[in-house]
Design a protein around this ligand. Structure first.
Ligand code: ADP
Length: 180
C-alpha cells in the first residue's frame, strides 16, 4: 500500500539547523520527528563513539531494522534528522533537504557548542566541501534532493513554509494517482 504522507530527510553538517527545521516541520505538519542520534544512543545501535569526530559509530543494520519495524515505509509522515543520508533506502524517502550554512556563521555555532580541534576542523571542511550535498545527490534521484540555506531565522521560516507547500502538493499528486 502506498503511504498517505511523504517521508522527509533533513540532513547537513552538524550545526546547520537540522533539528531546528525538523522539529518545526514535524510539529506544523503533525508528522513524527525522528532524531536518529537519539535512537542510536537510546537503543544502543552503535559500536561506541568516535571521540575525535564526536559521533557514534552506528550499527546501520540495527537502526534500519528498528525504523522499518516502526512502519516508516508504509505509514510515511516521518521527518528524519541525521547528519548522513545514504543509509536510508531510496524507497522510504520522498524528499531530502540538505541544509547549508555560511561558514563564518557555522564556525560560531560549532564553537558555541564546544567543538574544537579536529572535530571543529573536520566539520568545517565538510560544510565547505559540500560533502553532505554530494552524498545526497549520489544516493537519491536528483529531483528529490533540495539544497536550502540556513544561516538566518528568516531562512528557517521560509524553508519550513516551502516544505509545507511541497507536502501539500505531494499529497494532491498522490491522491490523483489514486494512492497506487
Ligand atoms: P543541527 O541539528 O544541524 O546540529 P541545530 O538545529 O541544533 O543544528 O542548530 C544549531 C544551532 O544553530 C542552534 O542554536 C540553532 O538555534 C541555531 N540555528 C540553526 N539554524 C539557524 C538559522 N537558520 N538561523 C539562526 N540560527 C540557527
Amino acid at each position: 500500500m502506498a503511504r498517505q504522507n511523504p517521508n522527509i530527510v533533513i540532513t547537513g553538517t552538524p550545526g546547520v539547523g537540522k533539528t531546528t527545521h525538523a522539529e518545526q516541520l514535524a510539529r506544523n505538519l503533525g508528522f513524527v520527528y525522528v532524531s536518529v542520534n537519539q535512537i542510536v544512543k537510546d537503543e544502543g545501535f552503535h559500536e561506541g563513539r568516535d571521540e575525535e569526530l564526536g559521533s557514534w559509530v552506528v550499527d546501520e543494520d540495527k537502526l534500519l531494522d528498528y525504523l522499518e519495524a516502526s512502519g516508516i515505509s508504509e505509514k510515511g509522515g516521518h521527518v528524519l534528522d541525521w547528519h548522513a543520508c545514504e543509509l536510508f533506502p531510496e524507497r522510504w524517502i520522498d524528499l531530502v533537504i540538505v541544509l547549508r550554512c555560511d561558514s563564518t556563521i557555522l564556525y560560531d555555532r560549532l564553537t558555541a557548542r564546544g567543538y574544537k580541534g579536529k572535530k571543529l576542523e573536520e566539520n568545517m571542511d565538510s560544510e565547505i566541501m559540500q560533502v553532505l550535498l554530494d552524498e545526497a545527490r549520489e544516493s537519491y534521484k536528483e529531483e528529490i534532493v533540495v539544497e536550502l540555506q540556513s544561516s538566518s531565522d528568516e531562512e528557517v521560516e521560509g524553508n519550513v513554509e516551502r516544505v509545507e507547500k511541497w507536502v501539500e502538493q505531494w499529497k494532491k499528486d498522490n491522491e490523483a494517482k489514486g494512492g497506487e
